[in-house]
Design a protein around this ligand. Structure first.
Ligand code: BGC
Length: 405
């Protein structure tokens, strides 16, 4: 089976920090920002010697301020990401300004503006809307502040220097794979069985302004499509476009509402729903709430609850998987992502080349952003312990209670 890995994984970083600085100057010249160009020119090439703040000119981590902008605290993963990035940077001696934007686009813009004003020497940003930060990134470039796009690609800007993330297409493949395993169409090793359904499924996607949502969808649909073409899978609602399946800002309540609407419109007269592709645990829990509340279905899969997928290994969902309510999730170890972002930041601030392992996949509309991709795993009930408990991500007590301690 295609594991969804994109081709072209390379080991060679595309730009040195110095070249990145030069690229910024060219971008500024193109914008006609002559004064800013002079400012950027004063800074020299190395990011560490050119940041905007009190640390400008210093390579002592204690003099350098890193701005870390995270989207929201309503999802555990971003809280874990923020804390882990902050801890990693502080351990390396940097000063950190960590901000959460409450999933509000203007708030995130203002927080980043303030980081720049305060003299940040480098920015690590997980965008709410990947297309909404161009003016902040222009300002960062004008002050010669390097920008690392964290998990979500910032689009439509020349001034994104590096991207740390997971293999997002493969995450989508894994989500669809877990759905097929749950339905019995694939066995645990991912091989096709003689189970041919037909099965009724519904599809959910993430927020369209998040570049990742498109990669997850593409990976999932490439995996499901052959089974849809063969009649093994059917989408009774007919809602098979990402625009129809998308959930703005990844909101749990919006997913619950859409699932309730689908149950009313399509499943009212006894049509059985066998599975739901969900790209994020928060959505999955909204979907499950809708499924448990309507149509007299039982509370768990054995009693007839459809197979529901997920992503992020949030503790509420891991606990539901353990109880046989949600079928699977995708574990993206945010500790490793945070660690990688610190490695990249350190390299940039030292004027070294950050290591990229993908220089082809992530075109942000203006340029291909050099990236470092991490791998993810599918979590089923029977591998919660090795993947999540043994690795210290969650304790057994947390898995049992469904609450993070
Ligand atoms: C992240 C996912 C997360 C989603 C909702 C995406 O950009 O990659 O891990 O589930 O946002 O927060």
């Amino acid at each position: 089976m295609d594991d969804g890995l994109r081709s072209g994984v390379e080991e060679t970083p595309p730009f040195t920090a110095k070249e990145l600085g030069m690229k910024k100057k060219y971008a500024l010249a193109a914008l006609g920002l002559v004064g800013a160009l002079a400012l950027a020119g004063c800074g020299g090439g190395g990011a560490g010697s050119a940041g905007g703040g009190d640390g400008a000119g210093s390579t002592d981590p204690g003099d350098l301020l890193i701005g870390v902008s995270m989207p929201t605290q309503t999802s555990e993963r971003w809280i874990a990401d923020g804390s882990a990035v902050e801890a990693g940077l502080e351990e390396s001696g940097y000063q950190v300004d960590l901000q959460y934007a409450g999933d509000d686009i203007p708030t995130q813009g203002q927080q980043i503006d303030q980081m720049i004003t305060k003299g940040a020497d480098l920015l690590i940003i997980a965008a709410i809307d990947g297309t909404a930060l161009s003016s902040q990134l222009d300002a960062a470039a004008a002050a010669n502040i390097p920008v690392i796009s964290y998990d979500r690609l910032i689009r439509d800007s020349e001034n994104v220097d590096f991207y740390v993330t997971f293999d997002n297409y493969k995450v989508g493949v894994q989500q669809a794979t877990s759905l097929l395993v749950g339905l019995g169409v694939l066995d645990a090793e991912g091989n096709e069985t003689d189970v041919k359904g037909p099965f009724n499924i519904e599809l959910f996607a993430g927020s369209l302004d998040d570049n990742n949502a498109h990669f997850f969808w593409e990976g999932a649909m490439d995996t499901l499509k052959p089974f849809m073409d063969d009649g093994v899978l059917t989408v009774p609602s007919g809602q098979t476009d990402i625009e129809q399946a998308a959930i703005l800002r990844w909101q749990q309540e919006t997913a619950q509402k859409r699932m309730e609407d689908l149950l009313t419109s399509t499943y009212g007269s006894g049509t059985k729903l066998d599975g739901v592709l969900s790209p994020y645990d928060g959505l999955s829990r909204g979907i499950i709430t809708a499924l448990q509340g309507t149509g007299g279905l039982g509370a768990n899969i054995e009693a007839g609850l459809p197979i529901v997928t997920g992503q992020d290994a949030e503790i509420g969902s891991v606990s539901l998987i353990n109880q046989g309510v949600q079928f699977a999730t995708i574990f993206k170890d945010t500790r490793k992502l945070a660690e990688q972002s610190v490695v990249v930041a350190e390299a940039m601030l030292a004027g070294d080349e950050p290591e990229a392992n993908d220089t082809e996949t992530y075109d942000n509309g203006v340029k291909v952003v050099p990236s470092y991709l991490l791998q993810s795993d599918i979590v089923y009930k029977d591998n919660i312990t090795p993947l999540l408990v043994d690795s210290g991500y969650w304790t057994q007590a947390e898995v049992d209670s469904g609450v993070a301690e």
